[in-house]
Design a protein around this ligand. Structure first.
Ligand code: UDP
Ligand code: MG
Length: 336
């Protein structure tokens, strides 16, 4: 049992929920989140000013209308809206950056509530015990299909190999206190990979395990292309090892080339020069492949560098539904 710090009792909780085309899931999820919020309030675990913030990540369906309806019906609900789809990571970040001005701590959770909302009590008691960041780590991946499971395992293996400090199976279900949120606000990179950045903050943290359930309504909003972008962002924003690997590959190719020169001179000297068609063809393909791969890796970094140097805003709120709007609420997550 963690020791309880009185100043961290009954804080204001903001639950941040990114939503992209979630019309099927939203009503049920909002109902369950509201029930949870009321329960936590009644048990005096959180303050009465706690809120749920839905971040509409540029949905093309009726998600925003539903959020508007929920906002009008319940004073605990707030809504933020992007003009177009900026991606899950930006939606969470924007929600947390907005929340940090009002809350003592924020919890992020997916709109389909695949993560067990009953783990929130544990998050809150860890926060009360002094943790500024509480990571949610999933118990098993039994609800995922074979492809998602194996690609996720491979992803975490690669990330660790590349030197990124990351918890395996830590979803974007976590609690962050305002101190951690203020620290996060200082990281103003465009290529966002929160799972890597947050451990880098280095404040006192702990872990809560939770169950994952299958998605009940709607389909996954994370197609393979978005998963690949997330993985590439994760690797390139935390490691320059791939570039180093390209360099090492170059050196190895050079050594092989030197060996080949000796071999060629030897063959020439003994007069076997006509044969060797297959070995030449093979080296063309192997080297060609290595060169293209290397260029591709370097290109990924150059491309991201380009995006970073433009310093474009990461998000901009098109609309805000709030009963207590403050100055600078429309800020873009860009420092001036
Ligand atoms: N999401 C988002 N923007 C996107 C894609 C997804 O805000 O471009 C949200 C989505 O609404 C959900 C969360 O991110 O709340 C996780 O998405 P999903 O449940 O579809 O992913 P999966 O569980 O299949 O990995
Ligand atoms: Mg999901």
């Amino acid at each position: 049992m963690t020791k309880v710090d009185n100043s961290r009792q009954k804080g204001i909780l903001y639950i941040v929920v990114p939503c992209y085309n979630e019309e099927e899931a939203l009503e049920t999820s909002a109902r369950r989140l509201l029930d949870k919020l009321h329960e936590l309030k009644e048990r005096a675990l959180i303050s009465g000013e706690s809120r749920i913030v839905f971040v509409d990540d540029g949905s093309r369906d009726t998600t925003w209308d539903l959020i508007k309806g929920l906002y009008e019906a319940h004073e605990e609900i707030k809504g933020l809206r992007f003009a177009h789809n900026r991606g899950h990571q930006n939606a969470i970040l924007a929600g947390m950056m907005y929340a940090r001005k009002y809350c003592d701590f924020a919890i992020t959770i997916d709109a389909d509530l695949q993560q067990d909302i009953n783990a929130m009590e544990n998050f809150i008691s860890e926060y009360a015990g002094g943790s500024e960041i509480v990571y949610g780590v999933r118990n098993s991946r039994n609800t995922d299909g074979f492809f998602k499971k194996s690609s996720a395992t491979l992803f975490y293996k690669i990330m660790t190999l590349m030197g990124c400090n990351i918890y395996e199976n830590s979803a974007d279900y976590r609690l962050m206190g305002t101190k951690a949120l203020e620290a996060l606000a200082e990281y103003d990179e465009v290529n966002l990979f929160l799972r890597g950045i947050i451990p880098d903050i280095g404040l006192r943290s702990s872990v809560v395990h939770f169950e994952v359930f299958p998605r009940m309504q709607g389909k996954s909003k994370y197609p393979l292309s978005k998963m690949i972008t997330l993985a590439a962002d994760g690797i390139t924003s935390f490691s320059i090892k791939p570039i180093r690997m390209v360099f090492m590959m170059g050196i190895m190719a050079l050594l092989v080339g030197l060996g080949m020169i000796i071999h060629i001179v030897y063959e020439h000297y003994f007069g076997y020069t006509v044969s060797g068609w297959s070995s030449i063809l093979m080296s063309i393909w192997v080297l060609g492949g290595a060169v293209l791969l290397s260029l591709g890796i370097i290109g990924e970094y150059v491309g991201r560098n380009y995006l970073e140097t433009k310093r474009r805003p990461r998000y901009y709120f098109w609309e805000i539904l709030s009963r207590d709007e403050r100055q600078n609420d429309h800020e873009t997550g860009k420092k001036v």
